[in-house]
Write a protein that binds this ligand. Structure first.
Ligand SMILES: NC(=O)c1ccc[n+]([C@@H]2O[C@H](COP(=O)([O-])OP(=O)(O)OC[C@H]3O[C@@H](n4cnc5c(N)ncnc54)[C@H](OP(=O)(O)O)[C@@H]3O)[C@@H](O)[C@H]2O)c1
Length: 330
């Protein structure tokens, strides 16, 4: 038997309960693994509360877009029993049962070996949020945003993606402006590497005019909506913003002026479908950074399966600073 968070859809509402499931009910896949850790991401919280249409598989459903554990049996040459593996994205917890189960069956193609220098819990402390932040930093680098070239803005800085982005950018030598709506997080963000705090409200109203004064050499944005509109209008010449999220809204109204008069770049990141070479590179860099003591302070709390529903509400209300680690053996 495996313990799992099972989501049922009843009369249009999503109900979550911890259930014992016979392992014969686990989905198809060539690797059976014991899951030790997962994480709670924004997308997971939307799935668990039913506030977002995340689940694309048949109901009932086991969510959790991240997992890390030990291979029990493998029909793939890529892994053998005892291997430590991680899985993020590729539809895990969306179209295929995910990480909120003590055992799971997954295709080998959705898994990677645990990166060198990382432990399973550290990998899930990062999870999709950390991977997204790392991919965003790599995109800024690839688009010519260099340390010393001006401030890089991070929005939603106290959240999972934002806090990782702030820490990673600081470690790479960038000057970081951290935008947050959480006054309690200011000191923590400064300690993490933010050179300056920007009030969330200063960006939330959108752009005052199509082109504002150039402030940001680059930006990692998890808010979307009017915040992204404001960032685009205030990018410096040839600046770049990586759009990662929609915590503030999914609509985007802008003009072509930042693009045609300043050469601004708007770059998307989809960690779910990120190709394997970039994933491997990002995980290797994350593993190196996570030996920094700052990384340990990104852990907000370690929770168990039974805590997921309550913590999903807290996460969506913006009350969590950093990351939530899910310990499946708790
Ligand atoms: N593209 C991808 O592949 C990818 C991957 C992972 C996540 N995401 C997306 O990135 C976003 C953040 O994910 P996460 O896991 O970091 O979530 P999270 O831990 O809940 O962080 C979100 C943060 O956004 C800020 N925020 C909340 N409401 C806001 C609002 N109305 N306007 C502006 N900011 C607001 C809060 O930070 P402050 O209080 O500090 O402002 C909050 O902590 C989500 O939209 C998620 O879907 C996308």
């Amino acid at each position: 038997m495996t313990s799992a968070l099972l989501l049922h859809r009843r009369e249009g509402r999503v109900e979550a309960s911890v259930s014992e499931i016979d392992e014969s009910r686990l989905p198809e896949g060539d690797v059976l693994l014991d899951v030790w850790y997962s994480g709670l991401n924004y997308k997971d919280a939307l799935a668990i509360t039913g506030r977002g249409k995340i689940i694309r598989g048949a109901w009932p459903f086991v969510p959790g877009i991240d997992l890390a554990g030990k291979v029990r049996t493998s029909g793939s040459e890529a892994f053998k029993p005892g291997d430590l593996v991680i899985g993020t994205g590729w539809g895990l917890g969306e179209s295929h049962w995910g990480g909120y189960a003590t055992a799971q069956r997954v295709d080998a193609a959705k898994l990677l070996p645990l990166p060198e220098g990382m432990s399973l819990d550290k990998a899930m402390l990062a999870g999709t949020a950390g991977l997204t932040a790392m991919l965003a930093v790599m995109e800024l680098e690839a688009h010519g945003v260099k340390p010393g070239g001006g401030e890089v803005l991070v929005t939603g800085a106290s959240g999972g993606v934002g806090s990782f982005a702030a820490g990673l950018l600081h470690a790479a030598g960038y000057s970081v402006a951290a935008s947050t709506g959480s006054p309690d997080a200011h000191d923590w963000l400064r300690w993490l590497g933010a050179d300056r705090i920007v009030e969330r409200e200063a960006l939330a109203a959108g752009a005052a005019r199509p082109l504002d004064s150039g402030k940001w050499a680059g930006a990692v944005d998890v808010a979307g909506g009017k915040t992204l509109e404001a960032i685009l209008a205030s990018l410096k010449r040839h600046g770049a913003v990586v759009a990662c999220g929609l915590a503030g809204g999914h609509a985007l109204h802008t003009t072509v002026f930042p693009f045609i008069l300043r050469g601004a770049r708007l770059i998307g990141v989809d960690t779910n479908t990120c190709p394997v070479p970039a994933r491997r590179q990002a995980w290797a860099r994350l593993a190196r950074w996570m030996t920094d003591e700052r990384a340990e302070h990104l852990l907000a709390d370690t929770i168990g399966l039974g805590d997921l529903a309550a913590y999903s509400e807290r996460l969506l209300s913006g009350a969590i600073q950093g990351r939530l680690l899910v310990d499946l053996r708790k």
